[in-house]
Write a protein that binds this ligand. Structure first.
Ligand SMILES: [Zn+2]
Length: 103
């Protein structure tokens, strides 16, 4: 009765450095949208010899703020092509779509 040695069950990798996410707002306000536009524009991708990095903080693109901004804009109903267009335009004050709360 010499079976194979018991193998330790595969454990999910618990990396100490888990990407801490910026909390999402409970609902997306106009200010969130403006901030998100600024985030994706300022934290735009930049092609570097080692790959694509954030233009602002040089971390691998997409950095946390870019991801956050994109998520907010997605929540706001923006298709990702439109977000790409915003990033490409590079205008941090762009208004992604006419939106007037309570008007
Ligand atoms: Zn960044």
């Amino acid at each position: 009765m010499t079976g194979p040695a018991p193998v330790a069950p595969a454990r999910p990798r618990t990396d100490g450095d888990v990407l801490r996410e910026i909390p999402m707002p409970p609902y997306v306000t106009v200010e969130d949208v403006q901030f998100a536009v600024r985030a994706v524009v300022v934290h735009a991708p930049r092609v570097w010899s080692g790959g694509i990095i954030c233009r602002n903080d040089a971390s691998p693109h997409p950095c946390r703020l870019h991801v956050w901004g994109r998520r907010v804009l997605t929540l706001r109903g923006l298709p990702s092509a439109e977000i790409d267009a915003l990033v490409e335009r590079g205008d941090p004050a762009a208004d992604p779509r006419p939106y007037r709360p309570g008007a």
